[in-house]
Design a protein around this ligand. Structure first.
Ligand code: FES
Length: 109
């Protein structure tokens, strides 16, 4: 085993766990797969891939509060991730990494 420094300044884990209907609620059933994809695309579009890694995670056992995300190294837990919350996350990333005029998937700001 070789220990190395973490190669990203920030890692955001978005739970995309999926379950069958009738089982415990899951984040995938609350749109987390699309939210993860949108955030990942936004990071790439704004040139942050070298700094920010957007990952899928398995269940983090807070399913009823989902979709859930974990932001490291901030030690920030996000529950109820939705489109509005995603915009807040993007705005915070843009500010933190000094993205001038952030691009959005629709082509605007
Ligand atoms: S399915 Fe996402 S926290 Fe359990």
């Amino acid at each position: 085993m070789e220990k190395r420094p973490i190669p990203f300044k920030k890692i955001i884990l978005v739970c995309t766990n999926s379950r069958e209907a009738g089982e415990r609620v899951c984040c995938a059933g609350q749109d987390s797969i699309a939210l993860h994809a949108e955030l990942k695309a936004w990071v790439a579009m704004n040139g942050l891939k070298r700094h920010v890694r957007i990952c899928k995670s398995g269940c983090m056992d807070r399913c009823e509060e989902g979709p859930n995300a974990l932001v490291m190294p901030d030690n920030l837990w996000i529950s109820g991730l939705d489109r509005a919350a995603l915009e807040v996350v993007k705005a915070q990333l843009a500010e933190e990494f000094n993205v001038q005029e952030p691009k959005s998937i629709g082509g605007g700001a």
